[in-house]
Design a protein around this ligand. Structure first.
Ligand code: G16
Length: 554
């Protein structure tokens, strides 16, 4: 059943260390990755052969990680993240000395026929702007070919674009950038026509998009071209280093103004302009808005390193929920269920605000990783999900879309408008995964629907609870174990005891301690009413975590 040559070839590509399929695939220093990527090419082909489909996807990216890292992840035919069952298979296939046994199991249990299968699916391949990405993608393509399948390489694309291509190709639609941008532009045009309260574009609003020196800068150009949105200035478009002192992850974690390597592009903005600042991450799946203030005599680049006010991903959920509720109220709800999915990193003030919105909004908390949020969101007619780090989207079920189409065809003018606007949101929001490019237009559209010209109205909806976030470099992050959507630490005992004691003595504070699935760090997060007290409590947590996990050798 198995061709010996195929097994022999795969066996030659053996990683020098153990890897596990983490929060978003395999990630490490790019030098360590060639065998991992090759075997992921095999895995992608096997996954495609195991289900009737047109294609699956394979993306080479390490997203928010430094430029010397890279990574690989597989995309399911419906555009979602690899299923949990296949994540386990992936880890086995990558790590085993001899992959024969696992391949034989796949042939039997998953019906992966390596030969003679009449339908031959394709593996769609894409990669980000890192130096190591294109060479790694060639290894994946080589592996797909070895399995007797074809690949289609899209070259440099954002991660969400590849998710989108895979999804629509399996729905019988042509997958290309033109179609991707046209859908977004269609939604934007509909909202411009029916929903924007200030229909005339305010020439005084300037949108500055920090592209993290990543693959998102090209996609932003496409977006501007198709939507014709005015006054968008893209900075950090590739002159500087990827994700270094800029980009969504940097801004959200450090809460300071980025380095802008091409700041001359924005220095001529009028001093009385209303500025919307936002940052993409390295592969453009996360978007973070922030507010920076400067005096008239300052230049924008003089703000580098100064504190900003960050509007985290939770704020996008809140904005989306407000607008969706506004339209649904016109339709008297239509019995559509609406869920907002968060993780334990969501600021408690956002959760309280969302819960206060009442019917039909329901709020859920799941573990970190967009795959968990996406799965939970799909259980609702309209599923809004965002991680605090800016990763998210709004998913509309097929039945919700049919319901809206029926209204458009059959009812009065004002209900028709509300249904058209909701459908427009489903056209802008990437229906496969969180997407910073489409979310930029989405956020700008939602702000316009609310009639808000600057970001402070959005910010003043509620006040975030003071919070502290830290990434601790340790020797062994894996000894930290959690349950209850990562909200409770169960091991090691020393850490779990300290958290339990603090939570009992300080019930208005809460803490989150978990090993990262993308970096070699333990992430610690805390929030509560007083920053001073929080600083003190977080120090105790940092000490016990470092003691338990060990500080890294110099
Ligand atoms: C990835 C995942 C996100 C997750 C983030 C951080 O983002 O897609 O869902 O929140 O990693 O995960 P962790 O805390 O486990 O390191 P990206 O943008 O890096 O692909």
């Amino acid at each position: 059943m198995l061709d010996d040559n195929v097994v022999f070839e795969i066996q030659k590509w053996k990683p020098s260390q153990q890897f596990s399929y983490g929060t978003a695939g395999f990630r490490a220093h790019a030098n360590l990755l060639p065998p991992v990527v090759f075997r992921c090419g095999i895995l992608a082909a096997a996954r495609a052969l195991s289900i009737p489909c047109v294609c699956v996807g394979l993306m080479i990216t390490a997203s928010h990680n430094p430029s010397e890292d890279n990574g690989v992840k597989i995309i399911e035919p419906d555009g979602s993240m690899l299923s949990e069952k296949w994540e386990t298979i992936a880890s086995k296939l990558v790590n085993l000395d001899n992959p024969r046994q696992i391949l034989e199991e796949l042939c039997v249990e998953e019906d992966v026929a390596l030969k003679n299968k009449s339908v031959r699916p394709t593996v769609y391949v894409g990669y980000d702007s890192r130096e190591s990405s294109e060479p790694l993608s060639r290894l994946a393509q080589q592996a797909v070919k070895l399995m007797g399948l074809k690949y289609k390489c899209f070259g440099k694309v954002t991660t969400p674009q590849l998710h989108y291509f895979v999804k629509v190709a399996n729905e019988g639609v042509q997958a290309n950038k033109e179609n991707y941008f046209q859908r977004i532009a269609m939604g934007w045009d509909t909202l411009s026509q029916y929903a924007f309260t200030n229909t005339l574009e305010n020439e005084n609003i300037f949108r500055i998009v920090d592209c993290a020196n990543g693959v998102g800068s090209e996609a932003m150009q496409g977006l501007i071209e198709y939507t014709k949105i005015k006054n968008v200035l893209c900075v950090n478009t590739g002159d500087g280093e990827l994700n270094k002192h800029c980009g969504a992850d940097f801004i959200q974690k450090n809460v300071i103004f980025p380095i802008i390597s091409d700041s001359s592009k924005i220095e001529s903005i009028p001093s009385n302009a209303l500025v919307h600042f936002c940052s993409l991450d390295g592969d453009a799946d996360r978007l973070i808005y922030f507010i920076a203030e400067k005096s008239e005599s300052d230049s924008w680049c003089s703000l580098t390193g100064q504190r900003v006010r960050v509007l985290e991903g939770d704020r996008l959920s809140v904005l989306a929920a407000l607008v969706i509720k506004k339209f649904l109220d016109v339709l008297h709800g239509g019995n559509l269920s609406v869920g907002v999915i968060q993780t334990a990193y969501a600021n408690g003030a956002s959760t309280a605000f969302l819960k206060d919105l009442g019917e039909p909004i329901q709020v859920e908390c799941v573990s970190t990783g967009v795959k968990h949020l996406e799965r939970a969101a799909r259980r609702y007619d309209i599923g809004i999900f965002w991680e605090a780090n800016g990763h998210g989207t709004i998913l509309f079920s097929e039945s919700a879309k049919s319901f809206l189409r029926e209204i458009i065809e059959s009812t009065a003018k004002h209900t028709k408008k509300a249904a058209l606007c909701l459908l427009a949101l489903s056209s802008i929001a990437n229906q496969a995964t969180g997407d910073a490019i489409s979310n930029f237009i989405l956020a700008e559209a939602l702000l316009k629907v609310m009639g808000w010209q600057d970001l402070t109205s959005w910010e003043s909806l509620y006040q975030d609870l003071p919070n502290i976030y830290k990434a601790l470099h340790v020797q062994n992050k894996e000894i930290i174990q959690t349950v209850d959507q990562e909200r409770t630490v169960i091991a090691p005992e020393s850490v779990s005891r300290v958290i339990k004691d603090l939570s009992e003595s300080q019930p208005s504070y809460r803490f989150l301690i978990r090993p990262s699935g993308t970096e070699n760090v333990v992430r610690i997060y805390g929030e509560g009413p007083s920053l001073q007290t929080l600083i003190h409590l977080m120090q105790q947590i940092e000490n016990v975590v470092l003691q338990a996990c060990g500080t890294p050798k110099a």
